[in-house]
Write a protein that binds this ligand. Structure first.
Ligand code: HEM
Length: 180
């Protein structure tokens, strides 16, 4: 998993609980990286899960809630860092439909070692889509946060519903937009 993901997770945590609390938390964890992440390095996803667990212990927020918050945080970073991917997309469903075959394709060119999920999308109607996430990493809630942030970004009312048969590594989301 790219170091960028870790530096952003720690930035979010510092924003929420302060730098000293994050430093203490990292000192208490046994991390192969020692908690020193470079944006261009690669680190095991298990360290991300450990850090989320420690922030959860500190704040009382569930790991799921924190992963969702982190999804929203990363989405803002993507909008700022890669505005070109959002150009020409008229709504959240078009954007989400482009992640697998456009956005993450470009990410793979930029970072050949990126560890990305797989998405299948199916249009159920003109304003409703099912997006199925599959990954070797247990980041369903992170993905949920990204999808919700994507809907909010396009400023059109909509709902994101996670189907109940989700597992740690696979989930289907139904995203519906309501007429503006
Ligand atoms: C709302 C749209 C998006 C969704 C739902 C999405 C989903 C995800 C998820 C769930 C992951 C974690 C890896 C995994 O679960 O296996 C991921 C990783 C990543 N995504 Fe996306 N993504 C979105 C938009 C973007 C955009 C716009 C960019 C822009 C560059 C981007 C770049 C990346 C990068 C760099 C990683 C990390 C890869 C690694 O750690 O090796 N994504 N994405």
């Amino acid at each position: 998993m790219k170091g960028l993901v870790f530096t952003e997770l720690l930035a979010m945590a510092e924003n929420a609980i302060g730098e000293d609390a994050v430093d203490d938390m990292l000192d208490r964890l046994t991390l192969a990286s020692d908690g020193a992440y470079s944006a261009v390095g690669n680190y095991p996803c298990s360290e991300l899960v450990q850090i989320v667990g420690a922030v959860s212990d500190h704040t009382g927020l569930s790991g799921e809630a924190l992963q969702k918050m982190f999804g929203a945080w990363m989405f803002d970073r993507f909008v700022q860092g890669y505005p070109q991917f959002f150009d020409g997309k008229s709504n959240a469903l078009e954007m989400l439909d482009a992640i697998e075959n456009e956005v993450h394709v470009e990410v793979r060119k930029l970072y050949p070692d990126a560890e990305l999920p797989r998405f299948d999308t199916e249009w159920l109607t003109g304003d409703k889509m099912r997006m199925t996430y599959r990954s070797e990493r247990p980041l369903v809630a992170f993905c949920h946060g990204l999808i919700e942030a994507c809907v909010a970004h396009f400023e059109q009312d909509g709902t994101v519903f996670k189907l109940p048969d989700a597992t740690a590594n696979k989930a289907a989301f139904e995203i519906s937009l309501t007429a503006a």
